[in-house]
Design a binder for this molecule. Sequence first.
Ligand code: ZN
Length: 103
Amino acid sequence: MLIPCFACESRFRPDEYFRACHDYHRGMDLVAWTCPRCGNRDELRVLPGELGFGYPRHGRFDVSDRVRVPGLRRRRQDLRLDISLDEEVWRVPTRLRGLVGAH
Ligand SMILES: [Zn+2]
């Protein structure tokens, strides 16, 4: 199971992919991700069994593309999102200032 970068089309094992997640935006329910290969920054929503990619619009995030990751689970904590798959857990902290997606 490999997860693609939509910019450079590299594919990553889940561990490599989720370690590159940073900044959980709790309000929008998004995590930011920076590609270890090309440096492209993307935002995605972690959902049970899949990842949702899309675009912020009118203060919401519309998922337009989904990548299935069987067994993927998520748990929202106060100041982070825990992503788990099989026995592994990746913790993505909430950035306390600014907004993900604000440029
Ligand atoms: Zn890339």
